[in-house]
Design a binder for this molecule. Structure first.
Ligand SMILES: *[C@@H]1O[C@H](CO)[C@@H](O)[C@H](O)[C@H]1NC(C)=O
Ligand SMILES: *[C@@H]1O[C@H](CO)[C@@H](O)[C@H](O)[C@H]1NC(C)=O
Length: 451
């Protein structure tokens, strides 16, 4: 557009000069201070295949009939039993030293697709195993995941999801105070299955990957925990190497954290050492040694009356001999939450702007610890003595304490050998409803056409 001509026309129509001038200034200001990267600039051509859902994508309401639910339950049981790792032909088999990135997925596919785009750009990603743990089974999500070609991946499915138990515990049970009808009854347990699912799923998934994978017994790698609404930076695994190395120098560092709330002027080359507490729960990472210690105090996770997995974990850490767990964290987050943005797409564009000129892949990294005159700063952040509530139901406690009991995960191939313990107490009866015995042969199940 010819600017001179535009101004001339405006002048002819009697618009004062200063208006044109102000407009011009405004346009310049927008260009300089709020430049917008185009979608194509942020998602390289070869990764555009992972972007399938636009910002307006909505799930249509879908209520499964009980026959469909039991089919789905069998499918999920089979998939969790098979635990197939894909892309091993290209990237080799998984060993007990392979690091894992584990993503907890519900159904925010719009954000998930950008997480996948960001993972694809992580240097060295071909060395890890990507695990997707789903609490919602849908062909569209599965198709998005199974299109991954940049590293090895596998999918596991949370077997006590709301999708499989829409109208009974662990879903929304008529015995809950807040039932689907929104009624509040007098003698009932105040739980909301929609809120308890996340903490259950986190725990189940951690149990599954540390105990039930073929290499779990001898697993020596690190597991990085992610969520569908995270976005990772390209030097995530590069920094992981530094952080693992710092563990050797500073004994007692058992936790790694890649995410903290973003702030201005953070250094890409600084690792900070302090005792762990939320909100350092984005991109939390640890290995099986710490998992053993956590499992030993699992009741402090499972009985803690709080819906948040990270505060429950903090409560469990309080029961360690040291009373806390030290972590090493990247000062500049390498895992950024996209949930504070209107959409995954908006987040990705903003993050791409932040990263313009960023000094990722630092060649020197220093670990810092905060001291004050009274000793180490924040050496014992205490959670509130009582949790924030929502997790007071005995049924939730019991399911959490034994999350894997009905998954067919034994290493024997004999499906019929899976036996379920008979329980007699009233509370435990609630849990056993979650079991479904495999009555079909594997071949039958494989041929089953599940929609
Ligand atoms: C886990 O990491 C710690 C360092 O924090 C190390 O001492 C330990 O050997 C590791 N455990 C396994 C099973 O690799
Ligand atoms: C499972 O199989 C057994 C025998 O093979 C049969 O008696 C039983 O009815 C079956 N159960 C279901 C739910 O199909």
């Amino acid at each position: 557009m010819n600017l001179k001509l535009l101004i001339y026309r405006a002048r002819v129509r009697g618009v004062p000069v200063y208006c044109c001038f102000l407009l011009l200034l405004y346009i310049l200001y927008k260009q300089i201070f709020h430049p917008k990267l185009k979608h194509a600039d942020c998602v390289p051509q070869h990764l555009q295949q992972y972007v399938k859902f636009n910002e307006k994508f909505m799930w249509e309401p879908c209520e499964l009939q009980s026959a469909e639910i039991s089919k789905l339950a069998s499918t999920i049981e089979l998939l969790n039993y098979e635990r197939t790792v894909f892309q091993t032909q290209k990237y080799g088999i998984v060993t007990s030293k392979t690091n894992m990135l584990v993503v907890q997925v519900h159904r925010d596919v719009e954000r998930l697709q950008y997480l996948i785009v960001s993972l694809a750009q992580v240097r060295d990603v071909e060395s890890v195993l990507l695990v997707f743990s789903h609490s919602y089974y849908d062909d569209r999500i599965n198709k998005l995941v199974s299109g991954i070609t940049f590293c090895r991946f596998m999918q596991i499915f949370y077997p006590y999801s709301l999708q499989l138990y829409p109208n009974k515990f662990p879903g929304i049970d008529p015995d809950d105070c807040v039932s689907t009808a929104g009624r509040t009854k007098r003698f009932c347990s105040s739980r909301d299955g929609r809120l308890t699912e996340h903490k259950h799923h986190w725990w189940w998934k951690a149990n599954f990957i540390f105990n039930n994978l073929d290499w779990s017994d001898t697993f020596k790698g690190t597991v990085v925990f992610l969520q569908e609404d995270d976005y990772v930076l390209p030097d995530l695994l590069y920094m992981l190497r530094y952080m693992t190395r710092s563990q050797a120098y500073l004994p007692g560092l058992h936790l790694l954290s890649f995410g903290r709330p973003r702030a201005k002027d953070l250094d890409f080359d600084v690792l900070s050492v302090s005792s762990w507490h939320p909100p350092f729960d984005k991109g939390l990472a640890f290995n099986k040694s710490l998992w053993h210690k956590i499992s030993a105090v699992s009741s402090y996770y499972c009985l803690y009356d709080d819906l948040s997995w990270s505060y429950s974990l903090l409560n469990a850490f309080r029961k360690f001999n040291e009373g806390h767990v030290d972590m090493v964290a990247t000062q500049m987050p390498r895992v950024v939450s996209t949930s504070t943005f209107p959409s995954g797409r908006a987040a990705m564009q903003q993050i791409a702007l932040w990263l313009v000129g960023a000094r990722m892949f630092p060649s020197n990294v220093k670990a810092v610890m905060l001291y004050s005159s009274t000793g180490r700063v924040n050496s014992g952040v205490k959670p509130p003595p009582r949790g924030n509530g929502g997790w007071g139901d005995l049924r939730d406690h019991l399911l959490c304490l034994d999350p894997l009991m009905s998954t067919t995960t034994s290493n024997t191939n004999d499906m019929s050998a899976t036996t379920y313990s008979q329980t007699t107490t009233k509370a435990a009866d609630y849990i056993t409803v979650a079991q479904h015995k495999m009555n079909m042969s594997i071949a039958d199940l494989r041929n089953m056409n599940f929609k």
